[in-house]
Design a protein around this ligand. Structure first.
Ligand SMILES: Cc1cc2nc3c(=O)[nH]c(=O)nc-3n(C[C@H](O)[C@H](O)[C@H](O)COP(=O)(O)O)c2cc1C
Length: 229
């Protein structure tokens, strides 16, 4: 029998079962109850980066996207920091880094198409298999990509360390990773979207390597904005 978190993960697979009528209506807040806040720009490029972050709903392929751009994207979104601490660009409970990163490469100059695993400490890829097409897992149209990041959790490892709370930590860690990916992709003038609605079973059994007990949490296709000329 699967443990509770594994059953929960399966239960929350695609399609979602929801009951819209149960949605809580937000209580009205009276205008006089608001305490207005002021703000100024934060130093450096951060404010501009956050302002530009967006999820693209229509993505195509970018002929100019090469291995160095992929490397830059991975380094600054999910890579190891340029120091000796072993820390990365995103926080991780207990510095465990329970989530793994796979890159489905369709069209990246100087890199063969296929599925790769990213190793943050080495800032390197290893070839996994030829499965570079995640489109059968998508439940929406207009999404192509040069590469698509698959954020997958090793739930057993996470839960060995923290009990079932490790499941939460994987989801939280994925959010941190993908926020960075969006900020970096947009600063590289690439289109990106975080996709949480996908067919789990297809990815876990037909794309990711079979021997690993991995559960996909997020798909993150990267390419060209379709309204760019
Ligand atoms: C957990 C999560 C799941 C999401 N899943 C999808 C998805 O399946 N497909 C999609 O097109 N966008 C998805 N999005 C992106 C949202 O639609 C997007 O963030 C929202 O429309 C706000 O737009 P913005 O990110 O440009 O500010 C997801 C975002 C989050 C945080």
């Amino acid at each position: 029998m699967d443990s509770y978190f594994k059953r929960y993960h399966k239960e929350s697979g695609w399609p979602p079962v929801c009951n819209p009528s149960s949605k809580q209506v937000e209580k009205d807040v009276k205008l006089e109850d608001f305490i207005p806040l002021r703000y100024s720009r934060v130093p450096g490029e951060l404010a501009g980066g956050i302002q530009s972050r967006e999820s693209s709903k229509s993505i195509g392929r970018d002929k100019g996207l090469d291995k160095d751009i992929l490397g830059t994207f991975l380094k600054w979104s999910v890579g190891a920091l340029e120091d000796e601490t072993g820390r990365r660009a995103y926080p991780s409970a207990g510095q465990l880094y329970s989530n793994e990163l796979f890159i489905a490469v369709k069209e990246v100059a100087h890199l063969q198409p296929g599925l790769y695993k990213y190793h943050a400490n080495e800032h390197a890829l290893t070839f996994v298999n030829g499965n570079n097409d995640v489109t059968d897992a998508l439940v929406q149209e207009s999404i192509e990509y040069n590469f698509c990041v698959i954020v997958a959790a090793d739930l057993t490892y996470a839960v060995d360390q923290y009990g079932e709370r490790g499941y939460r930590f994987c989801l939280m860690e994925a959010g941190h990773m993908v926020q960075n990916m969006q900020l970096v992709a947009v600063s590289l003038n690439k289109a990106i979207v975080p996709i949480g609605g996908f067919v789990d079973e297809y990815l876990n059994s037909s794309v990711l390597p079979g021997e690993a007990d991995l559960s996909t949490l997020y798909l993150v296709p990267v390419g060209r904005k379709m309204d760019d000329v």
